[in-house]
Design a protein around this ligand. Structure first.
Ligand SMILES: [Zn+2]
Length: 250
């Protein structure tokens, strides 16, 4: 028997009575679990529903080609109930989960990624943050935690930590100051003034208790969301369908 703590990021029907779920765990990345009679059983229903953070007791069985996990029992640690009560929140939460499923592998998932996901859902559940800011924070920080954090300490050539304008290359993740940067019409350059640079650094590096309680003026919120959208488009090819759905509702 295996005991794992994890967040349910996907639920799907398996036949008439059963279902399977995907849980995000710090130890094993994403684990797929089959729940016999899961569509009917009420005992395990809420701790195995989407957005539930629970402790799962699993039976491991070796199939011909892969490891299969069956649910024995589960108990919830935290249920983000309020997310389900609002269609826009629900859509955004589903997008967060789909993005996690898309990006998180055994190699890229860490305790940090799980903590980021839980803090983000908590923030959505309790209205701690503007939803568009929360989306930008989650998208950019998730990519940072899974290997795409740009080199934000300073200019890649002269090491200067800031100038009135800095030029960040989304593709290479390196940054140049205004003295070293030469405009060659490259497509992946983001211009950041001092405030924007501090904001990007903050989202990339701040502790979670500070990260989820900051605010931005409309001007910089719009710059940040435009930056993260470009960063996402470059690293995550194609728009996820849950994101399209969220954009339709908001
Ligand atoms: Zn420089």
């Amino acid at each position: 028997m295996l005991t794992l703590k994890g967040l349910v990021i996907r639920e799907s029907d398996r036949g008439e009575a059963s279902k399977s779920i995907s849980i995000l765990t710090a130890e094993r990345g994403i684990v797929n679990v089959f729940i016999r009679g899961g569509k009917k059983s009420s005992k395990n229903a809420s701790p195995s529903a989407l957005f539930a953070y629970s402790v799962f007791c699993l039976e491991e069985k070796k199939n011909v080609s892969q490891q299969v996990y069956y649910l024995n029992s589960c108990e919830s640690v935290k249920l983000f109930y309020n997310i389900r009560l609002d269609a826009v929140k629900m859509a955004l939460g589903m997008y967060f989960c789909e993005l996690l499923g898309y990006i998180a592998t055994e190699e890229t998932v860490s305790d940090e990624v799980l903590r980021l996901a839980l803090n983000t859902l908590y923030s959505l559940d309790t209205d701690r943050m503007d939803m568009e800011l929360l989306r930008a924070v989650f998208e950019f920080r998730l990519l940072c935690e899974t290997g795409f954090r740009p080199a934000l300490l300073g200019c890649a050539e002269c090491m200067k930590s800031e100038s009135d304008m800095m030029y960040l290359d989304i593709a290479s993740g390196s940054m140049l100051c205004q003295n070293c940067y030469e405009d060659k019409g490259e497509q992946n350059i983001v211009e950041a003034d001092r405030t924007m640079l501090y904001t990007i650094r903050f989202v990339a590096l701040a502790e979670y208790d500070r990260l989820f309680s900051f605010k931005l003026s409309p001007k910089y919120l719009s710059q940040l969301t435009s930056f993260t959208s470009r960063f996402m488009r470059y690293h995550v090819r194609g728009e996820l369908k849950t994101l399209r759905f969220y954009k339709m509702l908001k």
